[in-house]
Design a protein around this ligand. Sequence first.
Ligand SMILES: C[S@@+](CC[C@H](N)C(=O)[O-])C[C@H]1O[C@@H](n2cnc3c(N)ncnc32)[C@H](O)[C@@H]1O
Ligand code: SF4
Ligand code: SF4
Length: 312
Amino acid sequence: MEQRLQACSHYCEHKKAKKYVPEHSAWVYLNKHIVMSMYYLLKTKSGCNLYNALKRLMFPVYKRYYSNNNLGIFLTTSCNLSCLNCQTSARQAPANDFMSVGQMKGVVNEAINLKYYWNRIYLTGGEPTLHPHLFEILDIVKIYKDFNPGCVIILETNGVGNKAQAVLNKLPDWVLVYNSNKIEGKNTYGFSTYNVAPKDTLEYKFSDFSKGCKRLVSSYGLCASMYGYYPCSPCMNVDRVFAFDVGIKKLSLVNEKALREQMRILCSCCGWFKERHIEKVLIDVISESWEKAFAEYRKQKPKLSQLNSWPD
Ligand SMILES: C[S@@+](CC[C@H](N)C(=O)[O-])C[C@H]1O[C@@H](n2cnc3c(N)ncnc32)[C@H](O)[C@@H]1O
Ligand code: SF4
Ligand code: SF4
């Protein structure tokens, strides 16, 4: 298992996140985070960090290239936990949507036909171990692995519960695991403020959202989901909650222009766009646009158009 963990590029990112585990007194730790959380809450409601705004004016950030090396396959929105500020909104917009076996065949067949040699494929969610047809899905991923043996396949899991453990024990050797080892009943992991839409803050309101954020290159890469292709998985989640319904329905239609257009719309809502990724909080922080979107979602769950299934 240790070997499997090490193979995952996310490991470094999570090592950093572990700095938030209290080493001295839990009391000091808690106080520090309550103060920080209140600070970010107030900042979000009231507006602008002048220093950052000036810095951005003087040193503008140009468009980031999206990663063409890795693919994140978003298998399900379903989750057995409800972590605060989760970038899948499992807490505020729960859903049990699954990528179908037919859609998965489409993703793999198109990648093979178009000769896409991904370096890594991340199977993610939600909680992918909850997918009722996970092993059929893996059979299809294996077809891609045989086409491109160098591709590393990584399944992400929170590792919580008997079901997840049973699935993990049965995984074939060629599937590596990144287990974030979450704890049942705990929902505070010091996540970044995903639900603070940059367009709701004075500081970022007028940004060029089509440039995307650092995560484009540092994280999973392109995301394939049941609603289509997106520059990344947090992008897909913005779409499913806000119901813009802008998923790209074929890999052959994925190109710079189409992805930039998605980012122009979706990154304006995604908290990762903000440059200060250290904004990790232990309470739910939700800006105005997300509040509205969640309220609409609770009234009626949006129905997004779906990625086509591969004909049998
Ligand atoms: C969306 S989860 C999916 C996999 C699985 N459910 C899990 O939690 O490990 C993917 C990764 O994103 C992390 N994550 C989710 N929301 C985040 C946020 N707002 N800030 C930082 N990391 C986040 C999770 O801890 C997890 O490692
Ligand atoms: S376990 Fe993963 S998907 Fe589920 S709520 Fe937590 S971060 Fe989100
Ligand atoms: S801002 Fe969010 S949606 Fe846009 S590229 Fe970054 S992580 Fe993806």
